[in-house]
Design a protein around this ligand. Structure first.
Ligand code: ADP
Ligand code: MG
Length: 457
């Protein structure tokens, strides 16, 4: 039996046990690269897929391989794609891959340290300082030299994609580089919440509290998400006091200042305001250009200055979008094996600026969600409480919130005139479930992928 035949058989089996969407997402463009006595090496198109196959499908794949080749003991997954296949690879796939890489910022991914949740790619060295983030940057840097003694807590706030996570992670990385005996932990508020839920279920909440209280530095990203969650706020409050009392550092980030976080307990608000508060704002042109140069350098892109200037002129509000534009131009270079000229750059960027990825239309999201769950778009707006439609409806609300600029009341309107509190509830529910519910997380990846992929159609 050749490697190809072996893999075909495995794929056949996988296909039977998975939905079409799932199967295509995780197994498209995979193959057996080599097989020696005990080990099979499977080639996968990117790190994201590698991780899923390793963590979610490995057992199944191994079983299936051993049915045909019982001597096999281990499967390894290698990221790699034969150059030839690249041309066939569709534009949107490359972009999606890059975007997933960029997005896998702090939570998942092979580069994230499992003990601290830190990703080494976020460093002070790669952070561009401009007037928009000078204060936050200086405060973060100062903290690393005076842990627990200078400002406690440090509270960084600002809009999406403006570098908050980057700064928090950079602090952690710098401290670890200087002395790896420090105990530190980075958590998104969602993960923090999930860990508490889990500990409550396992009756290990005291262990968890004691673990947190032994840290030298606790960083919680997007702390606004604990608002309205009573138990989480409770445990956060006691952890905070415990750490604070021992002069241990706490760093928080949020998309808005403490006083603008609704449903946050007063005792927490006053704690947040008790240290140093610094904001990050929208970068000016020079800073945007410098960021583009930095990112090009990191990704080994070699674009004309004119190209970078064009991007920096047309994208202003979000650093992640600067990277998105850069990725698109990078994908073009990868496919055509040359750098695009300025006319092509304008074309790529114009498509990007009007792309559903950036400006996903609510209709597209509603339709994609409905299709995904095999219900009609009408079902999403109707007043039914059937289980088959309640979850898709909540997912639609969540994605509308994440992918479009619609407000909660506007989303309620789009979904059959529902109250904004219903929308907020749905968004929070999905948001917190996603960190503990793998299938749901996977569904969201797939739905988003379909939305982004309709970009080129
Ligand atoms: P936030 O947490 O505020 O939503 P992130 O920290 O995730 O934003 O930043 C989004 C992306 O933009 C990341 O890839 C980050 O590295 C990059 N970025 C943001 N600000 C800067 C900066 N000043 N210099 C370099 N990269 C930046
Ligand atoms: Mg962030």
């Amino acid at each position: 039996m050749t490697n190809d035949e072996l893999w075909k058989a495995v794929l056949g089996e996988m296909e039977l046990s998975l939905s079409v969407a799932n199967f295509t997402t995780w197994f498209k463009n995979t193959s057996v690269l080599s097989k020696d006595k005990n080990t099979v090496v499977v080639s996968v198109p990117n790190g994201f897929i590698k991780e899923w196959l390793e963590n979610k499908f490995n057992k199944k794949i191994l079983l299936s391989i051993r049915n045909l080749a019982p001597e096999v003991r281990e499967i390894r997954y290698a990221v790699g794609r034969p150059k030839l296949e690249l041309a066939k690879h569709d534009f949107s796939n490359i972009i999606l891959e890059r975007e997933l890489e960029d997005r896998s910022d702090s939570e998942v991914g092979k580069d994230v340290d499992r003990n601290t949740n830190l990703n080494k790619k976020y460093a002070f060295e790669s952070f561009i300082v401009g007037s928009n983030n000078e204060l936050a940057h200086a405060a973060c840097l100062a903290i690393t030299k005076n842990l627990g003694k200078l400002y406690n807590p440090l509270f960084i706030y600002g809009g999406v994609g403006l570098g908050k996570t980057h700064l928090l992670q950079a602090i952690g990385n710098k401290i670890l580089n200087e002395s790896n005996s420090r105990k530190l932990l980075y958590l998104s508020a969602e993960r923090f919440t999930a860990s508490i839920l889990e500990a409550l279920v396992n009756r290990s909440i005291e262990d968890l509290k004691s673990k947190y209280s032994q840290l030298d530095l606790l960083m919680i990203d997007d702390i606004q998400f604990i608002a309205g969650k009573e138990k989480t706020q409770d445990i956060f409050f006691s952890t905070f006091n415990e750490l604070y009392g021992q002069n241990k550092q706490i760093i928080l980030s949020s998309d808005r200042p403490p006083k603008a976080i609704p449903a946050l307990e007063e005792r927490l608000r006053s704690r947040f305001e008790g240290g140093m508060i610094a904001d990050v704002g929208i970068p000016d042109f020079e800073t945007r250009l410098a960021i583009l140069k930095q990112k090009s350098h990191e990704k080994s892109y070699d674009f004309e200055e004119e190209t970078l200037v064009y991007i920096a002129t047309h994208i202003q509000k979000n650093v992640r979008e600067l990277e998105g534009a850069l990725n698109r131009i990078g994908a073009f270079s990868q496919i055509y094996n040359r750098t695009p000229d300025i006319k092509e750059v304008k074309n790529i960027l114009n498509t990007y600026l009007s792309s559903p990825y950036r400006k996903t239309s609510p209709q597209l999201i509603l339709k994609t969600v409905a299709d995904f769950y095999s219900i009609s778009s009408n079902d999403l707006t109707k007043r039914s409480r059937k289980k088959e439609v309640v979850k898709p409806r909540q997912v639609a609300m969540f994605l509308l919130r994440e992918e479009t600029k619609l407000s909660f009341p506007e989303i309620g309107q789009k979904l059959g005139g529902r109250d904004h509190s219903t929308v907020i509830h749905a968004c929070e529910k999905i948001k917190s479930e996603v960190s503990v519910d793998e299938p749901l997380k996977q569904e969201l990846v797939l739905i988003r992928e379909r939305v982004y992929n309709s970009f080129d159609k």
